[in-house]
Design a protein around this ligand. Sequence first.
Ligand SMILES: CSC[C@H]1O[C@H](OP(=O)(O)O)[C@H](O)[C@@H]1O
Length: 349
Amino acid sequence: MLPTIDWDDGEVVMIDQRKLPSKEVYVRCRTAKDVARAIRTMVIRGAPAIGVAAAMGVALDVRRSRATGTTQLATEFYRTCDLLAATRPTAVNLFWAIERMKRVFAGGMRVGRSTAELQALIDAEAVRLHDEDVANCRAIGRHGAGVVPAEARVLTHCNAGALATGRYGSALGVIRAAVEAGKRVAVYADETRPFLQGARLTAWELVRDGIDTTVITDGMAGSLMRAGMVDVVVVGADRIAANGDVANKIGTYTVAVLAREHGVPFYVAAPLSTIDLSTPDGSGIPIEERDAKEMTYMGASQLVPEGAAVWNPAFDVTPASFVAGIITERGICRPPFAESLKHVCDGNQ
Ligand SMILES: CSC[C@H]1O[C@H](OP(=O)(O)O)[C@H](O)[C@@H]1O
């Protein structure tokens, strides 16, 4: 399976997700600044993937540092962390990954590690975080496959696949695991305006896997469910509040409301690094607003006339009451989420 992001010859290499599905081109990052630009411009996107990218960006700069002592290295290290933390506000995985790198660095400083030892510590932690994310996705898949009926039509929104994670995917990890378990799965992928992660990325991943995939416009999900054509919905997440409210790609809330209206179970698949117990409920989740040009233009084609206002929030919040279960690497959390999320996170944050 194609790596979303990897090390190559001391640089961080990532597939340019803006160019898929028509072109498979790679972006090479030599500095954390390059990685920050890649996250901000969505060369790489997806909550777990940007957490992995940030950790690798920190390691890049620490590796390249010419600091003559640990104090200077520390100054550079925290400046790099701040640079990466400023890229996108909603996916808590970004901040979780940076805080994890800070804990490792501070631990090394506390015991008097040398500059070279600190560099090795940070390097190793970035690799560990990446490998863990892939293992977590496979565990999410194993736990989640059980919510997929033996013959199922699964609707998903945006891209919560290998391209949004270290590899394998969260929501798409559930779909992959169900197929690997021998279930007959057909996927309906919301195209997911305006960035089209569903049409461009989810469909690209699943077609490569040979999984039956139909792309629909976001506006078609309701008619599909009303026609009884959807057995289960599985989506990813960018931040899950302590009460189980879920921030995910804009349009997810609409899908959740439609699913409730039509009696379709609505599941969220996400690693524990997406759960933010410090945010009590969805009202506290910062929602990124992106450049209007993502809506007003499709490539060079203008879609919206000058003079029309545009509102472009990249995420919305689905209340916990719409969610049948949150599939994590440690199992499926069921309502009441305030208890089940705390329990599943205990000892893990
Ligand atoms: C596996 S989390 C993927 C999550 O991230 C996406 O947002 P973006 O493409 O803007 O980074 C979307 O919300 C997906 O569900």
